[in-house]
Design a binder for this molecule. Structure first.
Ligand code: AMP
Length: 363
């Protein structure tokens, strides 16, 4: 049997493109499903240009590929179930369903994986907000469709209730207690259905709810870092994980609280391309193919800076002045404001001295 596989990737953005590049290095062929024939993956793979919920296109992809995977979690799980053959989607559609809905996700994390999440309750209408204790702060989040802070309302006083009630009456929500965290961190973990491998803990700095800078290793105690990695491994084992998963967490003075999971490589793991001996994309491909997984070593402390549409020129200037920094550009045709166009990774022991492209300029 040939060890060369054809891998079908649903989604041809930067994550799909970087997955495809890893797969190609390993000798595999990639076909991408994406609505845009000129998507970032089109530079490195064949593209079936069709909407994600086009069942005929999904079937065409499935018919031509040995293994399927996805670059984002809002894939039509029912559509996939209708076309995949046994074992063709090692990540399964259950993980998709969990990460598409915060109510399922919280239930999975707290009751099945038994990791700590912020105290929460399910909210089906504004009636569920009537008796909340306003001596505490909360975040109300829609169960589905929210991303980068969209579909969320922070509640710190009775004045916030009008907007919160409107949100609660527009969609099913989860009400979480506000966590007074010291840092936001994330951990990448990859599985092959049997074993898992885990990456170093990443510290994430957001601007306008968009990841701006990742610092590795995160500046937390060894005890908390070990705990964060153990939590990620526990979640992965509970899922019999195949491929790469990112666990986003809050670090407080003495605890780690899980915020959410993303069943795919993640922006906060991009540094691993240069800074680790295997990247999150390499282990994703190895994982979905059921191949043995390597232990991950960080070569040197690293910093990753996101390059949004408004930062392209600054990033190009930066790497001219700092040629040892690695610039990645995803090949997106239009540099829209706040659109992720690329990233820069550099090795640094002084992360505070590495200035984000957007800091003090655009926001
Ligand atoms: P999310 O969409 O859940 O990733 O939330 C977006 C951002 O909102 C996070 O990166 C945090 O900065 C903030 N956030 C979300 N949930 C909470 C919480 N329970 N307490 C404090 N901040 C939160």
């Amino acid at each position: 049997m040939s060890s060369t596989k054809t891998i079908g990737i649903i989604g041809g953005g930067q994550l799909g493109q970087m997955m495809a590049i890893s797969a190609i290095y390993m000798g595999h062929k990639v076909i991408t499903l994406d609505p845009a024939s000129d998507c970032p993956s089109s530079r490195v793979s064949e593209v079936i240009a069709a909407p994600y919920d086009d069942v005929d296109a999904l079937r065409q992809l499935a018919d031509h590929c040995d293994v399927l995977t996805y670059e984002f979690e809002n894939v039509d799980a029912d559509g996939l179930d209708a076309v995949i053959k046994d074992g063709q989607l090692p990540q399964g559609t259950e993980l998709l369903r969990i990460s598409q809905n915060r109510i399922f996700e919280k239930d999975f994390l707290s009751n099945k994986a038994q990791v700590t999440v912020a105290p929460y309750k399910v909210v089906t209408s504004s009636l569920d907000l009537e008796d909340i204790d306003l001596s505490k702060n909360y975040v109300l989040k829609t169960a589905t469709g929210g991303y980068d802070g969209h579909g969320q309302k922070v509640i710190t006083s009775a004045e916030d209730l009008e907007e919160a009630n409107a949100l609660a009456n527009s969609a099913e929500c989860v009400l979480e207690e506000f966590v007074n965290f010291d840092l936001e961190i994330s951990v990448i973990v990859s599985g092959n259905g049997k074993d898992v491998t885990v990456f170093p803990v990443q510290e994430n700095i957001h601007r306008n709810n968009i990841l701006s800078k990742t610092i590795v290793p995160a500046r937390i105690s060894d005890r908390l870092a070990d705990r964060a990695k153990a939590i990620a491994v526990k979640i992965a084992e509970q899922l019999n994980l195949s491929g790469t998963l990112c666990v986003e967490m809050f670090a407080t003075a003495d605890d780690i609280i899980v915020n959410e999971i993303a069943p795919r490589p993640h922006n906060s793991g991009h540094y691993s391309i240069e800074a680790c001996d295997f990247s999150q994309f390499d282990t994703h491909i190895l994982g979905v193919l059921g191949a043995p997984l390597p232990a991950i070593n960080l070569h040197e402390p690293a910093v990753m800076l996101n390059v949004l549409g408004q930062h392209v020129e600054a990033a190009e200037r930066y790497v001219t002045e700092n040629p040892s920094a690695h610039l990645h550009m995803y090949g997106k045709l239009e540099a829209k404001h706040n659109r992720k166009m690329g990233h820069v990774t550099l090795f640094s022991n002084e992360p505070d001295n590495v200035v984000e492209f957007g800091k003090g300029i655009d926001f």
